[in-house]
Design a protein around this ligand. Structure first.
Ligand code: APR
Length: 324
């Protein structure tokens, strides 16, 4: 220990399902630190941890993965990524899902408060904007220490659809999506570019049909649903996991990275009550270092207002159900 220049990072993954398992694999391949994989299901995190450690042997990566059903092992974690919860099943109402996952967020928040109150927390569980709000409530974390993962994923979906449409490298596409993680998200056409030219300009120059742009935006909004329909069981997990890892790395390595993240707002972007909403956020070693307020067009603000209303409704539901 005397010669250890710096301690390894500790990453706690709450939920060892599809996203949790993929997160653990990515942390391992990127050698991000020691990993604790927690789940309420007995055997699941332990089994995945063992399988992953055996894969680490092939890659010669010396990091530890502990699978556990006991929260005490998340003690001292630098980063916590939360994917615990249930997906919506046939016959389940929105309230049913909210009830189940809100109860989970309360448990997870209590554990964070007890064992790692200085961790930076990334919430992935849906309905995202309401769950991250509740997780902050139950954990008592300050605003700079907690975000929701949605915009990075939505933006990367938009980037992929654009690159595929234009038949250009993904490296030549940047895209930005604001708003809640739902059908009302707002892909920004002025601030999304292909080969350095904004999507609006492409439409004006005739290199992108307005109808095609509308279809690409719609496909982005329904991006999660498209995958659910194809998979039949479960929802997307590779891209959600990669998106959360991108955020974790920005904080662990003090990158000052601008991403779209569900961050806490009070009055900016037209919100009328405190809430988490997908907005341009700079992530660094400070956590949420800065929220950038972009000038929006009238149409973008109107679309964002629909998104804000959807998040307000979710928070009202949490209040009505007695969670906050
Ligand atoms: N504490 C810890 N883990 C829990 C709890 C709890 N109270 N309740 C459920 N879990 C675990 C389940 O046992 C399961 O292993 O959460 C895990 C969720 O994994 P999956 O069902 O495979 O879901 P996944 O695809 O990983 O998505 C997780 O992220 O994107 C969102 O909508 C998605 O809300 C979902 C979440």
């Amino acid at each position: 220990m005397r010669f250890l220049a710096q301690k390894k990072h500790k990453i706690a993954l709450i939920g060892a399902g599809n996203i949790g398992g993929t997160l653990a694999h990515l942390c391992l391949l990127k050698d991000l630190g020691d990993i604790v994989l927690f789940d309420v299901k007995e055997g699941l995190p332990q089994g995945k941890a063992l399988d992953l450690m055996q894969s680490a042997a092939l890659d010669n990566i010396d990091c530890s993965i502990l699978g556990t059903n006991d929260y005490k092992y998340i003690e001292g974690a630098n980063i916590v990524i939360v994917t615990a919860g249930s997906p919506r099943k046939p016959g389940m109402t929105r309230d049913d899902l909210l009830n189940i996952n809100a109860t989970v967020m309360n448990e997870v928040g209590e554990a964070i408060k007890t064992y790692c109150p200085t961790a930076f927390v990334i919430c992935v569980t849906n309905p995202l904007d309401a769950m991250v709000y509740l997780l902050q409530h139950s954990s008592g974390l300050p605003d700079n220490q907690i975000i929701g993962m949605a915009g990075v994923l939505d933006s990367s979906r938009f980037r992929f659809f654009l690159a595929d449409h234009f038949k250009v490298s993904l490296k030549n596409v940047d895209a930005f999506v604001l708003g809640g993680h739902g059908d009302s998200m707002v892909p920004l056409t002025q601030l999304s570019h292909v080969n350095g030219v904004s999507l609006e300009e492409h439409v004006l120059q005739g290199t992108l049909e307005a109808n095609d742009l509308a279809a690409l935006i719609q496909r982005t909004r329904m991006g999660g649903g498209e995958i659910v329909n194809l998979l039949k069981v479960g929802s997307a997990f590779y891209a959600p996991a990669a998106s959360a890892i991108c955020m974790a790395e920005a904080v662990l390595f003090d990158q000052h990275l601008l991403v779209s993240a569900a961050s806490k707002l009070y009055a900016s972007y037209g919100v009328k009550r405190p809430m988490f909403l997908g907005v341009p956020t700079v992530l660094s070693g400070l956590g949420v270092e800065k929220i950038i307020e972009l000038p929006l067009t009238k149409e973008e603000q109107e679309n964002l207002n629909i998104s804000i209303k959807a998040v307000e409704d979710q928070i009202n539901d949490l209040e009505r159900l007695g969670f906050i």
